[in-house]
Design a protein around this ligand. Structure first.
Ligand code: HEC
Ligand code: HEC
Length: 283
């Protein structure tokens, strides 16, 4: 069984010599001709044993896909941002409030994405942006929660994220968040599924290699939510995690649950120093 699994993985990974080991390219990501995005940075201290440099997934995409992110008119994710602006201003729920009633314009969310997932003192838990948005919906608006990986949520998270575009990712991993971060790290390195793979097997040990027809990146989340050409919609972090876990043929965790929240904090921290880039475009 184990032997079979390893053979299957070997077949997945086309080991390629120098030329086709298409390492990250040296292109520069500048959005709308003026917003410079940091897509490569020295690895944060906690990664010093495993990586020298961290890189956005943008570097691993084709020139055509990359170009879609360089102008907001070409970025299909922006349509969903427009939808979220409507939702932001729409009164919903028994309290008779919209997001705007309390937060005024979305620009007041500048800096928020860069530090999420984040410890919430009152709740005594690490919260993702999605959890925070749903908390505002249920407890402050008295409206229904949105589906964690649904379209309304992904669009709203994209609108909030956009306000921080270009700012450095800087999630806290110490203090009250540390235990959750440790849990996420553990999950990142645990091999699971029939293929006996961890996140690190692909995104730390094999980034730059081709897997099937895909160019493996470091699996960073600074670009989320990500508009994927494959499914023509915005994809949330946990939806992506779920897809990757499924690819190892393992049982997946629940989007919005404690395991993926911990994993998100850990993966976000692997990108500390890259710019917030979402909504990004990927294949
Ligand atoms: C009745 C007022 C109210 C409404 C309506 C409301 N919020 Fe909030 N929101 C708050 C308060 C108060 C906080 C700070 C809460 C805390 O830290 O626990 C907050 C925090 C947040 C944060 C985290 C900010 C940070 O700095 O960490 C986000 C994101 C957010 N709200 C988004 C939304 C969105 C999106 C909506 C509409 C779907 C919304 N809120 C509706 C009152 C509101
Ligand atoms: C079998 C290899 C494999 C494993 C194991 C794997 N992934 Fe992936 N992952 C991929 C491929 C292929 C892609 C698409 C190309 C790319 O961006 O790397 C991808 C994409 C991603 C992306 C999107 C990156 C971007 O910039 O859009 C994230 C985030 C990610 N993976 C996280 C994870 C996490 C977290 C785990 C562990 C739970 C994991 N992956 C396990 C193969 C894998």
């Amino acid at each position: 069984m184990k032997f079979k699994a390893r053979t299957a993985f070997a077949a997945l990974l086309l080991s390629v010599p120098a030329v086709a080991f298409a390492d990250a390219d040296d292109d520069k990501l500048v959005i709308n001709g003026d917003l410079e995005i940091v897509t490569k940075a020295p690895a944060p201290a906690h990664l010093s044993d495993s990586l020298d440099e961290i890189m956005s997934g943008w570097h691993f995409r084709s020139d055509e896909t990359q170009a879609l992110e360089m102008d907001d008119f070409d970025n299909p994710g922006m349509i969903f941002v427009d939808q979220a602006i409507e939702a932001w201003n729409t009164v919903e729920g028994a309290a008779g409030k919209s997001c705007a009633s309390c937060h005024e314009g979305p620009e007041n969310m500048a800096g928020v994405r860069a530090v999420y997932p984040k410890w919430n003192e009152t709740a005594g838990e690490v919260r993702t942006l999605e959890m925070q948005v749903n908390d505002c919906r249920t407890s402050r608006m008295e409206a229904d929660a949105w589906k964690y990986t649904g379209g309304d949520m992904a669009s709203m998270v994209a609108l909030v994220t956009l306000q921080s575009r270009g700012m450095p990712v800087n999630v806290a991993i110490d203090g009250p968040a540390q235990a959750t971060w440790e849990q996420g790290k553990e999950l990142y390195y645990t091999r699971t599924g029939q293929l006996d793979l961890s996140c690190a097997s692909c995104h730390e040990q094999n980034y730059g290699n081709m897997i099937r027809a895909d160019h493996l990146s470091q699996g960073q989340i600074n670009g989320f939510p990500a508009y994927r050409l494959k499914n023509s919609k915005l994809n949330s972090v946990h939806a992506r995690f779920k897809g990757c876990v499924r690819d190892t043929r393992a049982e997946t965790f629940k989007p919005g649950g404690p395991e993926f929240t911990a994993l998100e904090l850990y993966v976000a921290s692997r990108g500390n120093g890259l710019s917030v880039e979402g909504p990004s475009v990927r294949n």
